[in-house]
Design a protein around this ligand. Structure first.
Ligand code: E4P
Length: 216
């Protein structure tokens, strides 16, 4: 399973990259706004900087919701760097746009996916990635990881090439469960990634080894 970091914060992107396990980055309008990125020029420059830090897939989300506007915006984003993946929402014009991008050699990540039916439509349109938001599904008393498993099963039966990008990850356990359920990629904030390092027995064991090393 590939690891993406889900943030527009450059310090966190660098920290995850320095760990040596980072395969890409996802952003969204909320994450960009959180970093105070405003206006077309600033947005484009921010994506350029991210592409300089991480040599992997960088999802850049369109803000438009109408077909022609999505195409125009997606083309601009794709022109920033070959690693840019245009992130398109799961709406009718979004699906049409994903098909257009696919036919024109531009890779897409279909975002805001909450059902297997939506994932099938995105795959049929040729999305490179589909993003089920598992944390938000859990928040509404459904099982987000179960959706990952269902989509993985369908994609395997149908032979769809679209990668399953588990998004809206809230914990280290979510990451482990998504790996188990067949996600190809998980995108998560820095904390759940760093949380995977932790185990009290590791700390106790290391303290003992270091203590005993003094007797060597
Ligand atoms: C996916 O690409 C989204 O950016 C993200 O995972 C949404 O997560 P949230 O539900 O924590 O906002």
């Amino acid at each position: 399973m590939k690891f993406f970091i889900d943030t527009a914060n450059l310090a966190q992107i660098k920290e995850a990259h320095d760990l040596g396990i980072l395969d890409g980055v996802t952003t969204n309008p909320s994450l960009m706004a959180k970093e105070g990125i405003k206006g077309e020029e600033a947005i484009i420059n921010h994506y350029k900087t991210i592409c300089e830090i991480v040599d992997g897939d960088i999802s850049a989300e369109v803000l438009s919701t109408e077909f022609n506007a999505i195409i125009a915006e997606g083309q601009k984003l794709a022109a920033i760097h070959p690693n840019i993946v245009v992130k398109v929402p799961m709406i009718k014009d979004g699906v049409k746009a994903i098909k257009w991008f696919t036919d024109n050699g531009i890779r897409t990540n279909c975002t805001l996916v909450f059902s297997a039916g939506q994932a099938i439509l995105a795959a049929k349109a040729g999305a490179a990635m589909v993003s089920p938001f598992i944390g938000r599904i859990d928040d509404s008393n459904w099982d987000g990881v179960e959706l990952i498993a269902q989509i993985a099963n369908i994609f395997s039966i149908q032979g769809y090439k679209t990668e399953i990008l588990a998004a809206s990850i809230r914990s280290s356990l979510h990451i482990v469960k998504c790996a188990e359920a067949g996600a190809d990629i998980c995108t998560c904030p820095l904390d759940p990634i760093l949380g995977m390092l932790k185990h009290p027995l590791t700390d106790i064991g290391l303290a003992k080894f270091l203590e005993d090393a003094k007797k060597m």
